[in-house]
Design a binder for this molecule. Structure first.
Ligand code: G6Q
Length: 554
């Protein structure tokens, strides 16, 4: 496996992996520039010329950033920051299979980061041929399986075709795949439906199963580790429902898991598909984790379009000029707002109901990746890492939390996502405008209102403006566009991690709570076996757990 060493022009690339963010010259320049950021409220600050020029495009998406507090000097300093941190060089090393998921000098995951290889399967030749070869082989297996479903050679016990699929998985095995499926429901195969079970909540399982004809349902159990409590528990609950209905679970259940995991037992499943160590859960939507369900629900051709869109954006992310690289520019604008202009959160606001779960996916992708407090050398950070991500589709959000975005005491940068045309094309002229026009007009109005503000003699009606946003605009939310959007944000997140010198690929922060829950459950199990069981409280957290167990007892 390639390590992050080597040379790039005159420099030794290994230095990029240990560079302190706040020691970089470009950061010092940006800190000075932050004293007088571009004033979006000045007369003619948002000139047509600026709106036209502050725009870049890749894989069908325009990124419009005239409404950011940047000028030529800031953009030049951001370009220098990208170069000084080796952002694109690190990205290329990632795509080629460098072991970037690691903390130097400490036990860590020590893995390659190759989610891009899942879509680097089209010409020209892949940068990581082994990983792309594995991805291609799984895709081919999936294509065969889908064709057999289509041809009626794989059917249920009664010889009927399958109409429904339930994906059982959590975290990365749920959020991204679910967001993409919901985004593209307009493209689904007629007569097929997909459902999701993630939470270990028996009521959710019961509610979903109650609406299904189990005889015609496939269940796709997705767990890279094959050991996640929620997923394994839900799998058993669902298997029991099938058995109770007189059905043979092994004829209905599919598995997506890591090679050699406890779930890697093809005898228990109709088909087993694999994902590999180098693909992190939150980056796995384009691996088999998303592909099996998307292939079933949307068809293989649409799945391939998603991969093509993602690949096109991955290629755009290789561009060293930040003004021609939307993911890198978005990452840098985020750093400008967060590290230099002092914002704490970022609102992601899609003007498309189909993207209803996309912000939830990005919460995981961004916050689990960049919510870190140590460098890749294990030293405490002396600069801020990832922001808090939140948001909801517009225009709904406008009637909820936009008050705070416009007039609150916190500055909340916003990333708006919109489409020129609707997915279904079913629209109506009402008072001379369509619904889609109303949707997009609202998006544009919000970005302008936030930027320019509006003075008023009544202080309560005053909009101070200078609230930064960007707009991501594409023609239509197609499978290709969805793939591109997914990859754009994945690349944005990893660029920020590279620049902040943090490991964006592990998630140690989720372990402690999981461990304590496991101990609490052992306590419940002990009590169930022996009502006099007094529990094990060998340390402070043990005592706290016993107290908590007492509170929760019926
Ligand atoms: C994502 C995380 C995490 C993971 C889930 C499910 O990057 O690793 O959200 O996806 O914990 O894990 P399994 O797929 O192993 O069940």
């Amino acid at each position: 496996m390639e390590q992050p060493t080597g040379t790039c022009g005159q420099c030794d690339v290994s230095s990029y992996f240990s560079r302190d963010f706040d020691k970089m010259q470009a950061c010092k320049d940006l800190a000075a520039l932050a004293a007088t950021p571009y004033d979006l409220t000045a007369p003619s600050a948002l000139s047509p010329e600026r709106i036209r020029r502050y725009r870049t495009r890749a894989a069908g998406f325009d990124l419009l950033y005239a409404t950011q507090r940047v000028d030529e000097a800031v953009l030049a300093a951001l370009q220098r920051l990208a170069e000084e941190s080796g952002a694109v060089t690190q990205f290329m090393l990632m795509k080629k299979g460098a072991v970037l998921n690691r903390i130097e000098g400490y036990p860590s995951e020590e893995r390659q980061v190759l989610h891009t290889a899942c879509r680097d399967i089209f010409a020209p030749a892949s940068l990581a041929p082994e990983a792309s070869g594995q991805a291609r082989a799984e895709l081919d297996k999936l294509a065969d399986f889908l064709a057999a479903l289509e041809a009626g050679t794989i059917v249920n016990e009664a010889g009927q075709s399958f109409t429904d699929l339930v994906q059982v998985g959590i975290g990365g095995s749920d959020l991204g795949p679910r967001a993409v499926y919901l985004a593209l429901a307009a493209y689904k195969i007629p007569g097929r439906r997909v459902h999701f079970i993630s939470n270990v909540d028996p009521d959710d399982v019961a509610a979903i199963l109650s609406g299904l004809d189990l005889a015609r349902t496939l269940v796709n159990v997705v767990s890279k580790s094959g050991s996640t409590l929620e997923t394994l528990t839900n799998e058993e609950l669902v298997r029991k429902a099938f058995a109770d209905a007189g059905l043979e679970p092994n004829r209905h259940f599919l598995a997506v898991t890591g090679k050699g995991s406890p779930m890697d037992n093809p005898a228990r499943y109709l088909r087993s598909f694999y994902m590999f160590d180098s693909i992190g859960g939150r980056y796995s939507a384009t691996s088999m984790v998303g592909a099996v369900m998307l292939g079933f629900g949307l068809g293989y051709a649409h799945l391939e379009e998603i991969l093509r869109g993602a690949n096109a954006m991955d290629l755009a992310a290789e561009e060293p000029d930040i003004l021609s690289n939307p993911p890198l520019l978005l990452a840098l604008l985020g750093i400008w707002n967060h590290n230099f202009l002092g914002s704490e959160t970022l609102a992601i606001l899609p003007y498309s109901q189909a993207l209803v779960r996309f912000t939830a996916h990005l919460q995981q992708c961004d916050m689990e990746s960049n919510g870190k407090s140590v460098t890749r050398q294990g030293k405490p950070l002396t600069w801020k890492s990832g922001p808090i991500i939140w948001g909801e589709p517009g225009t709904n959000g406008q009637h909820a939390f936009y008050q705070l975005i416009h007039q609150g005491t916190s500055i909340v940068p916003a990333e708006f996502i919109g489409f020129r045309t609707s997915q279904y094309g079913q629209d109506l002229l009402i008072e001379q405008t369509t619904s889609q026009e109303k949707l997009v007009a609202n998006l544009l109005a919000q970005t302008l209102a936030l930027a320019t503000g509006q003075p008023h003699e009544n202080p309560n009606r005053c909009f101070v403006g200078n609230r930064p946003s960007v707009m991501l605009l594409a023609d239509r939310l197609t499978p290709y566009a969805m793939g591109a959007l997914l990859a754009l944000y994945e690349a944005k997140v990893v660029f920020q991690g590279f620049i902040w010198n943090i490991n964006s690929f592990d998630q140690e922060g989720v372990q402690l709570g999981k461990k304590l829950a496991t101990r609490l459950l052992a306590h419940y199990a002990g009590l169930r076996e022996n009502p006099d069981y007094s529990g094990e409280a060998s340390d402070d957290s043990g005592w706290a757990l016993l107290a908590a167990a007492g509170l929760l007892a019926k």
